[in-house]
Design a protein around this ligand. Structure first.
Ligand code: NDP
Length: 332
């Protein structure tokens, strides 16, 4: 038997509920398709995990579901030629924790093609301190670089800066030499954001309300985790030929913008998806995280919790109350 979080949906009311349960290998085999079984060492709480557990958005496509969109651990059994018992691996996305049982269990059974090797630079717990949030932050940085946003071009903005994606993005961009403007609704976290490397901290209220199609040119690039009016204002304030990496929807899924930043200032809006990203991009992102993320800053943004605390943390993250990253210590 092993511990797991299980999310169920009531057939009568449609209400979603989550609880800590004991599962066994037969449950895993009956409810999963896969050719690799992993002993999960650590998982994490991402915003999407919060949505899955609270039922706030319909991210879970099949019930009962073991949520947890990412994990790191050690291969126990493999029928996949790429992996053998003892290999240390990371999983991010691919619909795991949404349509396929995920990381909030001591064992996971998944497709070997979804895994990437754990970089030598990281322990499983460090890899999950980064987690899908941090790997997505790196995808955003790679997109800005690919669009020519280099540190000499000017400041870069990170929205939702005190959250998971935002905290890693601030630390990465600062280490790479960018002057980072961190936008947050939690000005009490100003010292925290400065420790991560932010040069300037602004109140997210400056960006949250409907704005003009074009604003004063302020940042050469941006990582936006927030969407909605914030993303529209971020684009409106982006400098000529700058780029914005859009990865999140913490304010909303809408995008009430005009084409003005794109056709008058040549701004590029880069869509960032971590879930189905191709293997080569994942490998490149994890390599760059090993090179460019300061371990001390990663430790400073991370808190560890146990499986039993995941349900409370899920409510906290959808309420915007989690600072930085939460690692879930699942197994040994
Ligand atoms: P977090 O909850 O850790 O961070 C989100 C942050 O957004 C909060 O900490 C808060 O930052 C800010 N925020 C929350 N509510 C609002 C609001 N109403 N208006 C403006 N800002 C708000 O989540 P994650 O970092 O895990 O994820 C961030 C976003 O990125 C989510 O929308 C998530 O779904 C998305 N995401 C997308 C991925 C992809 O593949 N595209 C992968 C991973 C995440 P502060 O307090 O500093 O203002």
């Amino acid at each position: 038997m092993f511990d797991a979080i299980l999310v169920e949906k009531s057939g009568d009311t449609g209400a979603v509920s989550a609880r800590l349960v004991q599962l066994n290998d037969s449950d895993l085999i009956a409810n999963t398709e896969g050719d690799v079984t992993v002993a999960v060492a650590a998982s994490t709480v991402n915003y999407k995990d919060g949505l899955a557990i609270t039922g706030k958005s319909p991210v879970v496509r099949r019930y009962p579901m073991v949520p947890g969109i990412d994990f790191a651990g050690t291969v126990l059994e493999s029928a996949n030629p790429s992996w053998k018992p003892g290999d240390q691996v990371i999983l991010n996305g691919w619909g795991v924790g949404e349509g396929h049982w995920g990381g909030y269990a001591a064992k996971a059974r998944i497709k070997g093609e979804w895994l990437v090797p754990l970089p030598a630079a990281f322990t499983p717990a460090q890899a999950m301190a980064i987690g899908t949030a941090g790997y997505t932050a790196m995808l955003c940085v790679l997109a800005l670089e690919a669009h020519g946003v280099t540190p000499d071009k000017g400041e870069v903005l990170v929205t939702g800066a005190a959250g998971g994606v935002g905290s890693v993005a601030v630390a990465l961009l600062a280490k790479l030499g960018y002057a980072v403007i961190a936008s947050t609704g939690r000005l009490a976290e100003t010292d925290y954001l400065r420790q991560l490397g932010a040069a300037t901290v602004i109140d997210r209220a400056e960006l949250a309300a409907p704005g003009r199609p074009l604003a004063k040119e302020r940042w050469a690039g941006a990582v936006d985790t927030v969407g909605s009016h914030t993303l529209a204002n971020v684009c409106a304030g982006t400098r000529y030929r700058g780029a914005v990496a859009a990865c999140g929807l913490a304010q909303g899924m809408d995008f009430p913008s005009t084409v003005a930043p794109f056709i008058l200032r040549g701004v590029t809006l880069c869509g960032i998806d971590s879930v189905m990203a191709p293997l080569e991009l994942r490998l490149a992102a994890w390599q760059r995280l090993a090179r460019d993320l300061d371990p001390a800053k990663l430790a400073a943004m991370t808190r560890h919790i146990g499986l039993a605390e995941v349900i409370g943390a899920a409510h906290d993250i959808v309420d915007g109350k989690v600072r930085g990253r939460l690692v879930v210590d699942v197994g040994g």
